[in-house]
Write a protein that binds this ligand. Structure first.
Ligand SMILES: C[S@@+](CC[C@H](N)C(=O)[O-])C[C@H]1O[C@@H](n2cnc3c(N)ncnc32)[C@H](O)[C@@H]1O
Length: 196
């Protein structure tokens, strides 16, 4: 999966990594920043998503679709699309541009709107990556876990960097008999849950 990443994807990843690094040096509003995962988290996402059981792949919080590009590698292996959700029009447009320049239409579907509403009809979810506003994590966890298939993988980013903000979700997930869960100290800290 990592040995034959198409050059157009590698080029867009490098461009977005530079943009994200530039953002972090400037004082700009949270709404404008890309707020991307680091590359090692991207690899972790792709490896876990490619090992998930059959079922839908979703991502909550697209930004410019950097993490989605990593997940598209797993989607390609699984011969399916990942549905990713973005509520801000500027980010949605950046994500569409990412899909266009990387020619990943066959593996990525970018959905515009509040994922809390758009995900209500989704079922049979095999893989979910949550990377939206941290105060919404508990509500998203409660929405998504009942929609997941047995053996499905739920990942949530920033659980070490934003521990206090995501604690309400962690307090549930780490005790939840519906999942086996642990915190993986990669990147900004990823909660990993496998549905039992
Ligand atoms: C941390 S950034 C995502 C970064 C992206 N996963 C990456 O690593 O490239 C969070 C994104 O989630 C979006 N977002 C926040 N709440 C949302 C919601 N309820 N539905 C859809 N998107 C949401 C924000 O607008 C923002 O672009």
């Amino acid at each position: 999966m990592f040995h034959d990443i198409p050059s157009k994807i590698l080029a867009r990843m490098a461009f977005l990594e530079e943009e994200d690094a530039r953002d972090r040096k400037k004082v700009i509003s949270k709404l404008k920043r890309l707020r991307q995962i680091p590359p090692e988290s991207g690899k972790f996402l792709a490896l876990t998503a490619s090992s998930a059981p059959p079922g839908k792949m979703i991502e909550i919080g697209t930004s410019a679709a950097y993490s989605t590009l990593w997940l598209s590698l797993a989607a390609k292996e699984r011969a399916q699309k990942i549905d990713t959700f973005e509520v801000l029009i500027e980010k949605y447009n950046l994500a569409l541009e990412t899909v266009k320049v990387t020619e990943t239409y066959d593996y990525i579907r970018v959905n515009f709107g509040n994922a809390m509403d758009l995900l209500k009809p989704f079922e049979e979810v095999a893989f979910c990556f949550l990377d939206a506003e941290k105060e919404d994590y508990k509500e998203f966890y409660n929405l998504i876990i009942p929609k997941m298939v047995k053996g499905g993988i739920f990942l949530a980013d920033n659980v070490i960097s934003h521990y206090k903000d995501v604690k309400p979700m962690l307090d549930i997930a780490l005790q939840d008999p519906r999942v086996d869960a642990l915190i993986v100290p990669i990147g900004k800290g990823i909660l990993m849950c496998r549905v039992t």
